[in-house]
Design a protein. Structure first.
Lengths: 261, 379
């Protein structure tokens, strides 16, 4: 199986700081990591490869530092890694990003499966995976928690709040996975040595067949007006009482005092 | 002088640290309490390739350097020093002598599975009456036809019972004293080779320590390591390297103690302010940090010398002696900073203090290290 895993390098923090002037993330001083969801995608790909043979290629779009994320993926077990990087890709929203990644995947040739993490922990959109499938005119299943492949048949479990659906589809397919699908393995020492020596090719806009109008800022219909940290929600008050009647009375009293009712 | 780690070393350090924090640290207190060795962790380390860091690729290793391996022992020991010494015993005390003195056939048969992490190793030198005075070996190996007949016992052997491969020392010619000692590779499962009682120790509870018992164990002559009579030389050379591992273990323990002490002293409030706001505490922390850094430089230097192929016996002895002495001091200070809580098993620093003590004793007591160092400078 030819499997492509799309990853994103993200800042290693849940409290991302934002530059309120430029409306961009402050990346300085924040260590970068492979988006945690994407590590589950890579693990899923490696497990499929171990079972069915084939090759796992990791692709990311980003600045040259994103090579570190790719090297980590190689250290964990990916066979190949490609950095898609060009000034022309800068300022891309999810549509332009998914278009660019789709162009890179087209250049790779035959691909049986694309696996992405459900979403990145910085942007949280969960859009790039599904949009890529649209650009590539490929079937897609999101929020996958289990993958089984037999020949061309792909059977997956798709998780939602009430349980899961079993979806059957065929290769080629794009899947986005959630964290419960597996436990990602650690990079090994040998893998790290291999990754350190590995040449990671960089594909620019010139290396791929692209419509320049759909790249980067130009190809991005979404414009970010403002990024801000939402004000912290004030914690509510829980009225504890022995009986509901008593609690209701206390609540009514408080509402009256506050002149809400 | 270059004092920065290379990018490769930094990546290795992070890799082991991530593993140690996620897989080793969480169960450390429980393993200590139950005096439990975790084969699961040992196997996981094997799969990750920790045991092969500094061996060539053709012997199943990653062909990185000794310093990367030392960083691994330090990081593991920060989480659980029993786990750190499990690795160090396999790599420094078993893999290394086979790599340095073994035949090609022995390396393929024994070093490869050690480096690939499929098997664990151990080293059997100490006997009830032959500790620091290793020449007093009572274990004997008699040559008969195509094998050696091994009889005797060893005590305080790290990884004993769990390890599949043992480098064992025995007298082949008592009349020659230390020159009558030979080294052998012994496999778990060889008839007559058994394990005695499990040692109940003050610390490093997650490391297994056991007795080795040999009763007419037939060791094939092909398992003689080096030549007959080279055993003492092999043992001393092995311990020179092993000491860097113990030094790294001590360093990890000390670092862990400092980390806990810093965190606690910022959180613990007395007289309306964190105790770290008192110079009495802050200065203790400053001294602890300085000692640890000094030890770290000694330990890394010894590893670098080994990497460069330069003599390192004296420097390894200095590193082991200093790092273990400061580990004892720093862990004791950490207990002091924690006060009553430090003495309680509810907090981790008393474990670190118990773990630190052994680093002043094994692989050559610190008195032996002083003998090595003074012998070297008075030569």
């Amino acid at each position: 199986m030819e499997i492509v895993v799309c990853v994103k390098q993200v800042p290693d923090t849940t409290e991302v700081k934002i530059d309120s002037v430029t409306n961009t993330l402050i990346r300085q001083g924040v260590p970068s990591i492979v988006n945690p969801f994407d590590k589950h995608a890579l693990e899923a790909a490696l497990q499929l490869k171990e079972k069915h043979g084939g090759k796992v290629t990791v692709v990311t779009m980003g600045p040259s530092q994103a090579k570190d994320a790719l090297k980590e993926c190689v250290a964990i077990g990916a066979d190949e890694a490609i950095l898609v990087s060009d000034r022309a890709f800068g300022g891309a929203d999810t549509l332009a990003t998914s278009y660019t990644l789709a162009c890179a995947i087209k250049k790779l040739g035959k691909v049986d499966m694309i696996i992405c993490g459900k979403q990145a922990i910085d942007g949280d959109t969960a859009q790039v995976g599904p949009e890529m499938a649209e650009h590539l005119d490929m079937a897609q299943v999101t929020c996958v928690s289990k993958i089984e492949v037999e020949g061309n048949q792909v059977k997956v479990e798709r998780e939602h709040e009430e349980g899961y659906e079993v979806v059957e589809t065929q290769i080629p397919v794009l899947l986005t996975v959630i964290k419960s699908i597996n436990e990602p393995r650690f990079p090994t020492i040998k893998g790290t040595m291999k990754a350190n020596k590995k040449e990671i090719p960089t594909w620019t806009a010139d290396d791929m067949e692209v419509d320049p109008g759909q790249l980067g800022l130009k190809g991005s219909p979404t414009q970010v007006r403002r990024i801000f940290t939402p004000p912290q929600r004030v914690q509510g008050e829980i009225i504890k009482s022995d009986t509901a009647r008593e609690a209701a009375a206390i609540l009514a009293g408080k509402l009256l005092t506050a002149k809400i009712v | 002088m270059q004092i920065n780690l290379t990018d490769e070393q930094k990546i290795m350090q992070k890799l082991v640290r991530d593993f140690a924090e996620k897989e080793v640290a969480p169960g450390a207190a429980e393993r200590d309490e139950k005096e439990e060795f975790s084969r699961e962790i040992a196997d996981a380390m094997g799969e990750m390739g920790f045991a092969g860091i500094c061996f060539p690729e053709k012997y199943g290793g990653a062909e990185a350097d000794v310093l990367s391996y030392i960083l691994a022992v330090e990081e593991l020991s920060r989480a659980d020093s029993g786990v750190g010494i499990t690795l160090s015993a396999t790599v420094s005390l078993c893999g290394w002598p086979i790599y340095s003195f073994g035949t090609e056939e022995q390396k393929q048969k024994y070093l490869v599975p050690l480096a690939e992490g499929a098997k664990l190793g151990a080293f059997g030198l100490t006997e009830p009456n032959a500790g620091t005075d290793a020449a007093g070996q009572q274990t004997i190996a008699e040559f008969k036809d195509d094998h050696y007949l091994l009889n005797g016992s060893k005590i305080f052997i790290t990884n004993a019972g769990e390890a599949e491969i043992y480098v064992v020392f025995a007298m082949t010619d008592r009349s020659k004293g230390v020159k009558g000692i030979s080294a052998f590779i012994v496999e778990k499962g060889m008839p007559g080779f058994s394990f005695g009682k499990k040692e109940h120790k003050m610390g490093i509870h997650s490391s297994i320590t056991n007795e080795l018992i040999f009763q007419d164990v037939k060791v094939p002559k092909g398992n003689l390591l080096g030549k007959e009579g080279e055993g003492f030389k092999i043992a001393m050379a092995t311990l020179d390297g092993g000491r860097i591992g113990v030094a790294a273990q001590a360093l990890g323990i000390a670092q862990a103690a400092l980390d806990y002490a810093v965190k606690y002293s910022k959180e613990r409030v007395q007289f309306g302010k964190p105790i770290a706001a008192n110079q009495a505490i802050a200065f203790m922390l400053a001294d602890m940090a300085t000692k640890i850094d000094a030890a770290r430089l000694l330990v890394y230097r010894a590893a670098c010398l080994k990497d460069l192929g330069l003599p390192y016996a004296k420097e390894a002895a200095m590193a082991k002696m200093f790092a273990s002495d400061i580990a004892m001091e720093v862990t004791s200070d950490a207990v002091q900073i924690f006060g009553g809580y430090g003495y309680s098993r509810e907090y981790p620093v008393e474990r670190l203090m118990r773990d630190a003590k052994i680093t002043q004793i094994y692989e050559g007591t610190n008195q032996v290290q002083r003998m090595v160092i003074s012998g070297s400078i008075l030569r």
